[in-house]
Write a protein that binds this ligand. Structure first.
Ligand SMILES: [Zn+2]
Length: 115
């Protein structure tokens, strides 16, 4: 899998402290915990583990993940599985993108006033 050029963790590392200082008035401990989890996900800060293939015996060392439901790295597999499952449920029809601006053109005309 190709690593993207920038990750959310990179942005938090670069600008997280200044963001927290500027917005400390409304940030809660939960916000700070999520920022910390994303920042340290899959780094040496959370430790690591060794994976070993049962068939060929190949070993690889990986950093531990934060397992936060807000972390984009940790939720990528879950999101991809969910999207694959939902795409199986779609009907084989042509889909037209409809924005809220032009939705009324496809929907029911405005209801007439009662009074
Ligand atoms: Zn994570």
């Amino acid at each position: 899998m190709k690593r993207p050029p920038f990750e959310v963790a990179d942005i938090i590392r670069a600008h997280g402290n200044s963001f927290v200082e500027k917005n400390r008035a409304w940030l809660t401990w939960l916000h700070l915990r999520v920022l910390s989890a994303i920042e340290h996900c899959r780094t040496a800060a959370l430790g690591g583990h060794r994976d070993r293939c049962r068939q060929c015996g190949h070993e690889a060392i990986s950093f531990n993940s934060c397992r936060s439901r807000h972390c984009p790295k940790c939720q990528t597999n879950a999101r991809d599985k969910w999207l694959a499952g939902r795409s199986q449920e779609l009907l084989p029809v042509v889909r037209l993108p409809i924005s809220p601006v032009n939705a009324s053109a496809y929907g029911r005309p405005r209801a007439k006033p009662i009074f």
